[in-house]
Design a protein around this ligand. Structure first.
Ligand code: PEP
Ligand code: MG
Length: 305
């Protein structure tokens, strides 16, 4: 029993009846790595680019990515390409002043005006991946259309990166998740931004916390649409926003068909425990009840009456 308990507290994520759910870590650099993680579901690369008047050089990027990949031999690492702009302004991008930066040139959109930044980053990720045995996946932030997703996947493949996906953070992309998935290998839902853009509510605005609640029915509906598209295409759909760290919400996500959950490493044990305490079928029932609820309060009560 002690052995079983130990594996339940450190092993890979699964429901009590063995339905696997990868529990991955969100990191900003190798310093955030915990040795026991199954893998990394969101490697935010912005840290490398902060406070720079020029983008980081190719060799410097290769070294930073390689440090992370080398620490996770054989394990999955999802690298997100630079998510600049809006709340993450970078001096070297010299973006024009925008009245609404959250709705401006940010995330993958930067590649329109400065394609070399993405190009260098993809080359560096590919070089670092080739030097280690980590299972490297790459994804783009702030994708709005299937065309953008296809163009990003094509760039990844040109660089020899085999597994390319996109984040779902814009409602337009969630509504067309099936089309977005046609040319990419996976989706990862960023619920922080998806909430912000779905509810037209600045994610940093505490006064709007009620709208930004992940239990909002509209957000759950969009997540359900993405999960259904993934199931139809036979491709993985993960969640890497803060919502994945709520153990009760994680049960709903799994019941909706989400295949991996990525969060701060310290949040993983509680989520693992919640999953291990419920069957997949129970998760499906929670998801159905949450989808049928009209308010966040009612959705929560579906899981915890
Ligand atoms: C998100 O938007 O949910 C996300 C995971 O990305 P970030 O928080 O870095 O914008
Ligand atoms: Mg985001």
């Amino acid at each position: 029993e002690l052995l079983a308990r130990r594996s339940a507290s450190t092993g890979p994520g699964a429901t009590s009846d063995g339905h696997p759910v990868a529990l991955l870590a969100n990191i900003g650099s190798a310093r955030d790595l915990a040795p026991s993680v199954e893998g990394v579901g969101l490697f935010r690369t912005e840290l490398l680019y902060l406070d720079r008047t020029e983008p980081p050089a190719f060799a410097e990027q290769v070294a930073a990515y390689q440090e992370v990949f080398a620490a996770l031999p054989g394990r999955k690492v999802v690298v997100r390409t630079l998510d600049a702009g809006a709340d993450k302004p970078l001096p070297f991008l010299r973006l024009a002043d925008e009245p609404n930066p959250a709705l401006g040139i940010r995330g993958l959109r930067v590649a329109r005006t400065m394609p070399s930044v993405l190009d260098t980053q993809l080359s560096a990720i590919a070089a670092a991946a080739a030097a280690t045995s980590a299972d490297v996946w790459v994804m783009a932030p702030m994708v709005a259309t299937a065309g953008e997703a296809a163009a990003f996947a094509a760039s990844c493949r040109e660089h020899g990166l085999r597994t390319a996906g996109v984040m779902i953070e814009v409602p337009a992309a969630a509504l067309r998740a099936g089309a977005v998935l046609r040319d990419v290998d996976f989706l990862s839902i960023g619920t922080n931004d998806l909430s912000q853009y779905t509810f037209a509510a600045d994610r940093m605005c505490g006064d709007l916390a009620e709208l930004l609640d992940p239990w909002q029915p509209a957000l759950i509906s969009l997540i359900a649409a993405c999960a259904a598209a993934g199931r139809e295409a036979g491709k993985p759909v993960g969640v890497c926003g803060e919502s994945a760290a709520d153990p009760d919400f994680a049960l709903v996500l799994v019941g909706l068909g989400i295949t991996s959950l990525s969060m701060a490493a310290r949040s993983i044990p509680a989520v693992r425990e919640a999953l291990a305490a419920h069957t997949y079928d129970e998760c499906v029932q929670f998801a159905k009840a949450a989808l049928a609820a009209d308010t966040p309060t009612a959705a929560r009560a579906a899981v915890r009456p």
